[in-house]
Ligand binder design. Structure first.
Ligand code: ADP
Length: 478
């Protein structure tokens, strides 16, 4: 099939979260499976181009309402998939991927238009345009309006993947003309327009031929008022086209047998390197190593969604009483950074908070920690718990979204389960899960079994990618 991806992030070029990992891995898998795969993404000024060979392939004028932009498109040469970088310093030279600037919608409307212009200029007729999150979600509507007569798109179907429903691209209706769709104002959600808003993700949900999200449980949750972000009604109405496919893991990047960021490699059959990595991790972070003292790891954006507010009250008491160590890597909201900062000051021998985004340390924490904590309020898929499973690092999670689909609570009576999942997002739930994990840690035989169960789980793109291929096929035939 001829597949075109449009997304605002792609690892390793530009990443703030799981979306980048998916775009870094799924197109590569699909290309290997024999499809013609292309990706269109912005050339942010933060993209390190020093190791890339880029070839300018065309200049494009991009009118957005009264605004005019010019973009130069570069094609990355080398391995498949083909990546087109959209260079427009006026839009993408902001020192970061996302902003709250007044033209944020135009930054990604431009991306959407250029993706379609590229198809026209190079006569690409995609079977599927796979658009990701609000940043590309206007494309399905563009195909049904301004581009409806374009022969190249006659057979094109669109799939919208929602990686996180809470980011919707909602803008004041005064910015509506920037979409160039004035003539098609009937196509916009009318009630919302009356309330003075245009919501790009919502338009995507209305006009995409298929909608997917990144786990089966999250696919159900977004159809409920609690986690539907106001779109649950529309998603329920399209329920038959909404599917949930878990993200795969790029095991080339994330395997303890080959991980270039960890000093001691190890595998399920020989875990001895893991204990050495733990020593190395603690050493690096200036914490004392003591055999038998478990280390809990956290690697995360520090935002409300991730649920760390629960730790403020519970952690000091648990650290004092149970004596484990906690290593945290992340940055984000000042209140959460402050909380981890004060934990570190109060427990200097037990807690280390590394404020920042640091890929090598993320790998070392996955390898060196004994347990990995993700108390997310909601979690569309979550990747770190999948990495943890592969690294024999037992996940402690809130049972929501992708966490519910990938972590089953350990049962000593049957010897099954891969971690600890608490049901209710409250302090009692968190306390129960941490205590249960620490108690199991002391029972060596149980712990070994639990670790083995997790390491045997398979969330590779080979498995998950096939599910996308099925969805594409179904859409192409529709
Ligand atoms: P989200 O997309 O909501 O941030 P995911 O669990 O899906 O959450 O993906 C997070 C990705 O970002 C993982 O690859 C994780 O290792 C990485 N990551 C998150 N925070 C950091 C950090 N501070 N340093 C390095 N990598 C990080």
């Amino acid at each position: 099939m001829n597949l075109l991806f449009v997304a605002s992030e792609m690892a390793p070029f530009a990443k703030t979260g799981g979306l980048a990992d998916v775009i870094g891995a799924l197109p590569a898998y699909l290309a290997e499976a024999g499809h013609d795969v292309r990706v269109v993404m912005p050339l942010y000024d933060t993209v390190d181009t020093s190791k890339l060979t880029l070839e300018a392939v065309g200049d494009f004028a991009v009118p957005l309402g009264p605004h005019r932009y010019s973009a130069r498109v570069f094609r990355k040469t080398g391995n498949a998939p083909t990546v087109y970088f959209v260079h427009c310093p006026e839009l993408y030279g902001r020192g970061r991927l996302y902003t709250s600037d007044g033209d944020e919608h135009r930054r990604f409307l431009a991306l959407s238009y250029v993706a379609l212009f590229i198809c026209q200029r190079f006569e690409i007729a995609p079977d599927i345009i796979h658009v990701h999150d609000w940043q590309a979600a206007l494309i399905p509507m563009l195909l049904k309006t301004l581009f409806a007569k374009e022969p190249l798109f006659r057979r094109t179907r669109t799939l919208l993947t929602i990686h996180n429903l809470m980011y919707q691209g909602s803008f004041p209706v005064e910015n509506g003309p920037d979409t160039n769709l004035d003539k098609y104002s009937d196509f916009f959600h009318q009630d919302l327009m009356k309330q003075g808003r245009v919501n790009i993700l919502l338009q995507g949900v209305l006009y995409a031929d298929g909608v997917s999200t990144v786990s089966p449980t999250y696919a159900k949750e977004i159809q409920t008022p609690a986690l539907g972000g106001g779109l649950d009604g529309l998603l329920r109405a399209r329920s038959s086209t909404v599917v949930g496919i878990l993200n795969g893991v790029d095991y080339k990047e994330w395997s303890p047998e080959t991980d270039r960021f960890i000093p001691h490699k190890y595998s399920a059959s020989d875990l001895s390197g893991k204990e050495h990595d733990k020593q190395h991790l603690l050493n690096q972070l200036g914490l004392p190593y003591q055999k038998g003292v478990p280390v809990i790891g956290i690697v995360s954006r520090l935002v409300g969604q991730k649920g760390f507010a629960l730790l403020a009250k519970t952690m000091p008491e648990l650290l004092r009483r149970l004596g484990f160590q906690l290593v945290v890597l992340g940055s984000g909201e000042p209140a959460l950074e402050d909380m981890f900062g004060s934990l570190q000051r109060a427990f200097p021998r037990q807690v280390c908070f590394y404020q920042g985004f640091k890929n090598d340390l993320a790998h070392l924490i996955e390898a060196g920690a004994d347990m990995f904590l993700m108390p997310s309020v909601y979690e569309p898929c979550g990747l770190n718990q999948l990495y943890s499973l592969r690294y024999g690092t037992v996940p402690i999670v809130h049972r929501t979204g992708g966490l519910a689909d990938t972590v089953q609570t350990w049962s000593p009576s049957t010897g099954t389960g891969t971690g600890f999942a608490f049901e209710h997002h409250d302090e009692a739930g968190l306390r129960w899960a941490i205590q249960a994990a620490l108690a199991t840690y002391k029972k060596t035989a149980d712990w070994d079994q639990l670790v083995q169960n997790g390491m045997a789980a398979d969330f590779s793109w080979q498995t998950q990618g096939k599910l996308y291929e099925l969805v594409y096929k179904r859409l192409a035939q529709s």
